[in-house]
Design a binder for this molecule. Structure first.
Ligand code: ATP
Ligand code: LTN
Length: 337
């Protein structure tokens, strides 16, 4: 008889907190589709997380729909994955509450992201911002995920996930799978700002020339690449220490062409920065064009997107409810049995 291999369960999420950059795409989203055949994938739009910093309600609503469309345009197949919006599944908040009771304030106040975001949003240091990692732990543990693809910036949160899973299991008996971080090939590339190549490319950068979004048109992409900060030499060589700007453009070029840095250096041997920047811009624009077209096509069919979200919600809620019921039984909530 044919042996049925059980696929490992995987969970990840992205916040609908603004325009998605090519950094988010290269570091996170494009890997999601590549994992969907080998793993039992769950992908969420983390809107509950997004409101830990101020969001314009109409923009949040729009960004949520756009992110679902972008996920699908980037190759995530809602038939193969559970694709859903976090706030549609109440179990995330419910489990977060229980987990709060086994989390210590010191574990949260020392988180790097909390410290960074508190400094950046000094007028809005709210309890949600501090509790952000516990909600993320709930996201992961509800689906009994074994693997969590994340960027380096989220490693501390994954450590907390492991700690809380182990703490709960020790206190109440085996309940949660203890997950591992997952860093697929190619996802380690850290894309830097085009305006300041020593800083990470970030969608919340005040200078829009620093980042390229997934929705930027060809002209803007070419202009941003043309203006990208480089150096006063004239040699296209990969050396992040002494040539961070050129190296960043090479990383972007390689991410979209699949070439190695050595091959890319060869492509531009003897060429000036003008030609190089134009080629990088054209490569990015060519790569984004089909994704943009597909996203626009999907956004024109809201009924389809709503149906995808509904189906995702139902599938996610079924799995999440099962874990939550187990948790409620373990902690001693009266269930009538
Ligand atoms: P913000 O500007 O609000 O801090 P961000 O652009 O840094 O946002 P997040 O929503 O925090 O993006 O990140 C989603 C995921 O995208 C991260 O976990 C990370 O893995 C990946 N990512 C973000 N920026 C980059 C980057 N510059 N290079 C590679 N990966 C990135
Ligand atoms: N905090 C993550 C988004 C996120 C997430 C998750 C990632 C929310 N819940 C669960 C992995 C697993 C971010 O900003 N990248």
């Amino acid at each position: 008889m044919e042996e049925v291999q059980r696929k490992q369960t995987l969970f990840s999420a992205v916040q609908p907190s603004g325009a998605v950059t090519i950094g988010n795409y290269i570091g996170a989203i494009r890997n999601f589709a590549a994992l969907q055949d080998a793993y039992n994938c769950h992908y969420a739009v983390a809107d509950l997380h997004a409101i830990t910093v101020k969001q314009e309600p109409a923009a949040l609503r729009r960004n949520t729909l756009e992110l679902i469309a972008l996920f699908i345009a980037c190759g995530i197949d809602p038939e193969k994955c559970v694709l859903f919006v976090q706030s549609h599944v109440p179990a995330h908040c419910e489990l977060a509450w229980v987990l709060n009771t086994i989390t210590y304030p010191g574990e949260l106040s020392r988180m790097t992201q909390f410290k960074d975001k508190s400094a950046k949003h000094a007028d809005n240091v709210n309890m949600g911002l501090m509790d952000y990692p516990v909600l993320m732990v709930a996201d992961i543990l509800l689906y009994q995920a074994a693997l969590v693809p994340i960027g380096a910036d989220q490693k501390q949160h994954l450590e907390l996930t492991r700690d809380l899973a182990i703490r709960f299991n020790n206190r109440y008996g085996s309940t949660f799978t203890v997950p591992d971080g997952y860093f697929p090939k190619g996802s380690s590339a850290r894309i830097m700002s085009l305006a300041d190549p020593l800083k990470k490319m970030s969608k919340s950068d005040e200078n829009p020339n620093g980042f390229i979004t997934m929705g930027d048109d060809r002209e803007s992409i070419l202009r941003k690449c043309k203006r990208a900060v480089t150096d006063s030499e004239a040699e296209v060589r990969y050396d992040p220490q002494t040539k961070p700007g050129v190296s960043n453009l090479l990383t972007i070029y390689c991410a979209f062409t699949g070439k190695s840095t050595a091959e890319a250096e060869r492509d531009f041997a003897g060429k000036g920065y003008g030609d190089f920047k134009l080629a990088v811009g054209e490569t990015v624009a060519d790569a984004l064009a089909p994704v943009q077209a597909e996203k626009a096509r999907l956004l024109a069919d809201k009924a389809y997107l709503n149906a995808v979200m509904k189906r995702g919600e139902e599938a996610a809620a079924r799995i999440a409810r099962k874990t939550l019921s187990k948790v409620y039984r373990k902690v001693g909530f009266y269930t009538g049995e």
